[in-house]
Design a protein around this ligand. Sequence first.
Ligand SMILES: *Cc1c(COP(=O)(O)O)cnc(C)c1O
Length: 359
Amino acid sequence: MMQFIDLAAQYKHLKAKIDKRIQDVLDHGHYIMGSEVQELEGKLADYVGVKHVITCANGTDALTLAMMVLDIKEGDAVFCPTFTFFATAEVIAYENATPVFVDSDEVTFNICPIDLERRIQATIAEGKLTPKAIIAVDLFGLPANYPEIQKIADKYNLKLVEDAAQGFGGEINGKRACGFGDIATTSFFPAKPLGCYGDGGAIFTNNDEYADLLRSYRVHGKGADKYDNIRIGMNSRLDTIQAAVLLEKLLEFPIELINRNKAAKKYTVELSSQYKTPTIPNGYTSSWAQYTLVSNDRNSVMQAYKNKGIPTVVYYSTCMHEQTVFEYLGYRKGDFPVAEKLSKEVFSLPMHGYLEFIK
Ligand SMILES: *Cc1c(COP(=O)(O)O)cnc(C)c1O
């Protein structure tokens, strides 16, 4: 059976370089905040075109740190898509704020700007919560509609966070993902477009004040001195070994991205007569975190692929408003018709930079 995401093929290809980088860390022994961490932050900032990159322990912490910097707290409303990975909504509730869910765009599967504005207006009209921020998600690698979302954020004086856990490598008109909004976050979980060999994450911002706060929050709210703590923070650093792995993977990333795009093109050519294949709007590029199809007969289609030795996975079968833990928010079935339909019909095909059929 072929692999859904073939990490072994990637490691085989990069083995000599990655082994050397890891050995360097073992030799110098600075396992926490070794020089590779700062080197990686610089390279990531150059790649994306932002002023500051602050690495951290994982993509969920990256979002949590963003929430802390934006001072998200009880009584605040933070708008996010209902069709996403749980962490996007989790970090809002973790700060005791209220996630306000938004339906998806039927074509891109990303947060729908029209429904976003409707939900913001409804929240203002209700008057119980203070609208504070939007978390948009670059779902399956396609950047969300930032030109429209940024306008809405400005109109209602909301902060905008880009959850680019799946989005690293995408673009809108030449501007790279992780560069949108006030703060962007990503994840280096092994299966993401740019993955390490464990957990990892990063935060991106052009705001000097946010960057200073983030560097403090990720190390227990430290002040100028490590043992002078001036605020409550977290212990959320990227391991030096993971930074070393990422430095090599980042060098290879542009080629992998080309390969992912080739694979996506090939899928689309083969499958567009049978399925609704992914739509990439003009001016956008996807990092192809997933190649996702829609079928109203998903179970049989997935079984047929399985019989041919091709693994498929459903991302995501449960919307955030349907999660048990969010029952208290009082949403009902039918509140998010597009997202609910997607959750019942989407499935994803194998996608990585080493698929045999693109050779
Ligand atoms: C993976 C993911 C996260 C969380 O990243 P971790 O590194 O696993 O904590 C957050 N948001 C989205 C959209 C993701 O896909």
